[in-house]
Write a new protein. Structure first.
Length: 542
């Protein structure tokens, strides 16, 4: 990743302003300043693209260190030193904030890796929940054994491999094997993911082979990470709970960890007591977080002794499983062939907007009939359009506008408008990714939200934080969600967002059927591209 590879036209105004600000305050000569300016601008740009750092050659390192604005760090020590705005470690350039997040997270995890636990008759207890199966490797049992004997555990696997079922059994075993009842927190990155986990936990608890007392000791309420930490009103990046005000839990379980960035994961781990068990669940093959870093992928790669991948799918089979596998293995020709010949997964060649509008008519009919909100909500969530991009043809904005027009829905607020919250807002209890439906309540439009605990919250449109219409959403925003039918709308021209992780994530949101609107060249080219993020978390842990 050399600085010369990126045209300066790619830099945003913020990238340039940051670079100019530091360049003006540097101790460099007139000849050195242009290179330093470009390096800082590219660092800012790369961080906006999800990278933690910028790779430097020797000459570039020399210029950065001569600026008087960077400190050189040989090892992860001195985390509380007075910061310079830039940090150079190995051949990587960081802003101090991102370096601190990454170094602190690695330090905290390494401390937790040293904690182990031992139980008498552990195998017998495991057999109660994971009966031995002949001629089959029980990955779930292996994951449970690690979680019981270690303070830090990763359980990964694709959709339907039993991550939630496994963690429920782990929690039951922990309650059963410990003398005192443990305090447990269940969290997910978004409200939608939290709601889905809560539904899965309630269902999975029913099938546990244990006493009612143990079942009652396993919580069903799932919070977002922001809500658990106690998010302060924006624009504050700080939380109520931190290293000087720890969370009061013995066990914390995080679902959909692939969505969690380095900064948020660092703040969560910082707020845990030294002996709190941390269990991370997720699909390492999904998209990395929107913000910087690739936490789950880095952790599973570097901490194999603490990781278990569940390989047997109990939900997906047939065409969806075959398509997901082909995409994940970057078999682009096979994936395209499956779309051309499949029934549950297939190419869509008719009029896109007409089809999408027709799929939402039943949802609108339920509203007109004044049906129960939960029935309306579930009808809306049976079908979802997923787009690679926000702008352009087949982008979120284009489809949302066209579908609303096709359904004769007009105005900023109208009955039936579905919206997605775009920013965290503790004052209203709404968080980035929450879905609300605008309905008529006593002759007044209100936006209804289904909370993770089953409550229905009604809020005036004027009180909502930033939100957008969501007949269609980006694939990034769909993480942590599931829908009976998924319609994937890809752009007609290849762009940097299109990768095999993006397509895999879109495909694995579907439970029953998938329709894909795409041309062969763009689809196959996307599958041939793999996300690679630059950062030092993996190296720090290894």
């Amino acid at each position: 990743m050399a600085v010369q590879n990126l045209p300066s036209s790619e830099f945003s105004r913020l990238d340039r302003a940051f670079a100019d600000f530091l360049t003006q305050r540097s101790q460099l000569s007139t000849e050195q300043k242009p290179l330093f300016n470009t390096l800082v601008a590219q660092l800012s740009f790369e961080q906006s693209q999800g990278h933690m750092c910028l790779l430097l050659n020797i000459d570039e390192q020399t210029v950065v260190l001569a600026s008087g604005l960077a400190m050189f760090v040989a090892k992860d020590n001195g985390l509380d030193n007075p910061p310079q705005p830039l940090v150079v470690q190995s051949n990587c350039l960081y802003t101090h904030r991102y370096w601190f997040y990454e170094a602190r997270l690695a330090y905290q995890i390494k401390q937790r890796l040293q904690l182990t636990y031992a139980y008498e008759h552990l195998d017998a207890s495991l057999a109660q929940y994971f009966p031995f199966l002949e001629d089959e490797i029980d990955w779930q049992r292996q994951a449970a054994k690690k979680a019981l004997t270690q303070a830090f555990t990763l359980v990964t696997g694709g959709p339907g491999t039993g991550k939630t079922t496994t963690v429920i059994k782990i929690l039951a075993l922990l309650q059963q094997l410990n003398a005192q009842s443990l305090s447990i927190a269940l969290v997910a990155p978004t409200g939608k993911a939290a709601m889905r986990l809560q539904e899965s936990i309630g269902f999975s608890k029913q099938g546990l082979q244990c006493s009612e007392l143990i079942k009652q000791a396993i919580p069903e309420e799932v919070s977002t990470i922001h809500r658990l930490l106690g998010a302060k009103p924006p624009p504050s990046p700080y939380f109520k709970h931190h290293r000087d005000n720890l969370l009061p839990y013995n066990v914390v379980v995080v679902d959909e960890t692939s969505m969690v960035d380095v900064a948020l994961m660092g703040k969560l781990v910082d707020a845990l007591a030294a002996n709190t068990r941390l269990i991370l669940l997720g699909d390492k093959d999904q998209l990395a977080s929107v913000e910087s870093g690739s936490v789950l992928a880095d952790l599973t790669t570097s901490l194999k002794a603490h990781s278990t991948e569940l390989l047997k799918s109990h939900r997906f089979g047939g065409e969806i499983k075959a398509l997901a596998l082909a995409i994940n293995q970057q078999q682009s020709s096979k994936a395209w062939q499956l779309l051309e010949t499949g029934e549950d997964v297939c190419l869509f060649k008719a009029d896109l907007i007409t089809y999408i509008a027709d799929k939402y008519k039943y949802y609108l009919e339920l509203i007109a009939q004044q049906a129960d909100f939960k029935a309306i909500y579930h009808a809306f969530n049976d079908f979802q359009v997923l787009c690679a991009n926000r702008q352009g043809t087949h982008g979120v904005h284009d489809i949302n506008h066209s579908v609303a027009k096709k359904l004769n829905l007009s105005g900023r607020w109208y009955q039936g408008r579905p919206v997605m919250i775009m920013e965290n807002n503790p004052a209203t209890g709404l968080y980035n990714g929450d879905i609300g439906l605008c309905l008529n309540h006593d002759h007044q439009l209100m936006v209804y939200f289904l909370a993770s605990d089953g409550r229905v919250n009604k809020i005036l449109p004027s009180r909502l934080p930033k939100c957008e219409t969501v007949f269609a959403m980006t694939i990034h925003k769909s993480q942590g969600s599931e829908f009976k039918e998924v319609f994937v709308a890809l752009p007609e021209v290849l762009n940097p967002v299109l990768t095999k992780e993006l397509i895999y994530t879109a495909i694995t949101r579907a439970k029953k059927t998938i329709k894909v609107s795409a041309n062969k060249i763009v689809f196959q080219a996307a599958i041939s591209r793999k996300v690679q993020r630059y950062g030092g978390l993996k190296d720090r842990l290894e």
